[in-house]
Design a protein around this ligand. Structure first.
Ligand SMILES: [Zn+2]
Ligand SMILES: [Zn+2]
Length: 327
């Protein structure tokens, strides 16, 4: 029965090009009733064409899609959700509620701008980030609430011969979700787990209290451990090849995170510095969108160090300064 179940619920990876630095994105076709795709790719002609070709190879068209499930609402993953939904004659779109901020515009969101100002990002850099973000935004239609069905932790997405269990794995974004096929412990993990790069915890307002910052790194560590608790035999990431040895990757991630944490701690001066200043020391060569990712990374690590009382945090004129704890 188990074997039969594996054979029936086919997970087919389809790689789509993106205009982004990260390169191609993986969309996963669940080739079983109801026909489902996990993630959609960005809203570009090249991505739609590659998706159509991938579906065609499986004897399907976009019109056959019944469910569009999003691991998270970054443009490279959700960009085509609305147009595919319309093309598929109103397929249902699923996304976690905590992706609201992301799916309706990140930097336009007043809360996100406030977080960046609090992190010490100078006015002119904010303007540049905003302009870059406007460019990125063209690769996705926004998804308003009435277009989506909420994904919740432990929900089951039922298929004819089995189910995928929704695992809320916050960190990369607050509403990031993974999907577990219990029969053979396969996980589709979006950007929570990537073979070649440690995913960035992106600076986000807390979905429950947007005046606060989401504790992305702390949440991310919990999510990585949660995925580990399933002893996955195979993990499909949002980019790159599948991962056969999650344990090795998990340990590599932890080492990378600990090394970075130690590095960040060394960079915090006695006299104090903002997260922005520390991010420039961490990644002096970062440009364009990488400056945004760099400050996100700095904030995530500084928050974690502060939560563990390893550094002090002061708020002056709406801006946070981190300093070494004096003894
Ligand atoms: Zn992402
Ligand atoms: Zn991605």
């Amino acid at each position: 029965m188990g074997q039969w179940l594996n054979d029936s619920m086919k997970i087919v990876p389809i790689s789509l090009p993106t205009p982004f630095y990260i390169g191609a994105v993986n969309v996963y076709l669940i080739k079983e009733d109801p026909i489902t795709i996990i993630d959609t790719g960005p809203k570009t002609r090249e991505a739609v064409e590659a998706l159509r070709a991938g579906l065609r190879q499986n004897g399907l068209t976009t019109g056959d899609i019944r469910r569009i499930v999003l691991t998270h609402a970054h443009e490279d993953h959700c960009g085509l959700a609305r147009s595919l939904r319309d093309e598929a004659n109103n397929a249902e779109v699923f996304v976690h509620d905590w992706e609201t901020g992301h799916r309706t515009g990140r930097l336009e969101h007043e809360d996100s701008l406030r977080l960046l100002m609090r992190a010490g990002v100078p006015e002119d850099e904010l303007k540049t980030m905003r302009a870059l973000y406007d460019e990125v935004r063209q690769y996705a239609d926004s998804l308003e609430d009435d277009h989506c069905t909420a994904l919740n932790d432990e929900d089951e997405l039922e298929f004819e011969t089995g189910a995928l269990r929704v695992i809320h794995t916050p960190g990369h974004t607050p509403g990031s979700c993974s999907f577990l096929r219990e029969a053979d412990r396969t996980v589709i993990a979006g950007d929570c787990v990537l073979k070649r790069v440690t995913p960035n915890p992106v600076i986000s307002p807390d979905p429950i209290d947007p005046s606060r910052r989401f504790r992305s790194l702390a949440e991310y560590l919990v999510s990585l451990a949660r995925v580990r608790s399933f002893s996955p035999t195979l993990v499909y990431g949002g980019h790159g090849e599948p991962i056969h040895d999650y344990e090795e990757l998990f340990n590599r991630y932890l080492r990378a995170i600990n090394d970075r944490q130690a590095n960040v701690l060394r960079l915090v001066p006695k006299g104090g510095a903002t997260a922005w200043e520390i991010s420039r020391l961490m990644f002096p060569d970062a440009d364009d969108v990488h400056k945004f990712l760099a400050v996100s990374e700095a904030v995530a690590h500084l928050d974690q160090a502060h939560a563990e009382n390893k550094i002090a945090l002061e708020m002056t004129d709406g801006c946070e300064t981190y300093r070494q704890v004096s003894d």
